[in-house]
Design a protein around this ligand. Structure first.
Ligand SMILES: Cc1cc2nc3c(=O)[nH]c(=O)nc-3n(C[C@H](O)[C@H](O)[C@H](O)COP(=O)(O)O)c2cc1C
Length: 151
């Protein structure tokens, strides 16, 4: 099975309060579990998202390009990286969740911006440094996580 991952950022068009986030996570985890997908969703108080999706290439690309991208609840979707990967970074979570501050997101996006585009202009791969930062961030910020936990 060819593993694939994709990371993007977006801006919500509707306010995502606690019940809306809980409903989104519930729906996402059911679907992702059924399709053997894992990943992480970050949400900031100013309603921005950063999401990493991991799974079979066709599943990841179909979920993002056919369902998440056209979802009217967010806009300005920007893929920060996508491509094959050797292993999952968030294998234990069908969709992990963390609240991030705007400054946290800024730091992560600076890391993502260091990724070079390929000469043919194709999308950059997911930066290993960005993945490391995400894993560090998740390890450091366990506060609100319990409420939204999928365990
Ligand atoms: C920020 C964001 C992240 C989402 N992540 C997922 C996800 O990981 N899995 C999922 O099944 N749906 C996710 N969704 C919901 C999908 O966009 C979409 O509503 C769902 O796949 C149903 O698709 P449909 O409306 O085309 O039937 C997400 C939506 C948003 C706004």
């Amino acid at each position: 099975m060819a593993l694939y991952h994709l990371i993007y950022q977006s801006q919500a068009t509707v306010p995502f309060d606690t019940p809306a986030l809980a409903a989104l996570l519930h729906q996402s985890r059911l679907f992702n579990h059924r399709h053997h997908m894992s990943g992480l969703l970050l949400h900031t108080p100013d309603d921005r998202f950063l999401q990493l999706l991991e799974g079979e290439e066709a599943d990841v690309r179909s979920l993002y390009y056919q369902h998440i991208l056209p979802d009217p609840r967010h806009q300005h979707c920007e893929v920060l990286g996508e491509g094959p990967c050797l292993q999952r970074s968030f294998a234990d979570w069908n969709m992990g969740f963390r609240v991030a501050l705007a400054t946290d997101l800024h730091i992560l996006l600076q890391e993502a911006a260091r990724t070079e585009y390929a000469a043919d202009g194709s999308r950059p791969a997911v930066s290993p440094a960005l993945l490391r930062q995400l894993l560090n961030f998740v390890g450091r910020n366990t506060g609100a996580a319990r409420y939204y936990s999928e365990e």
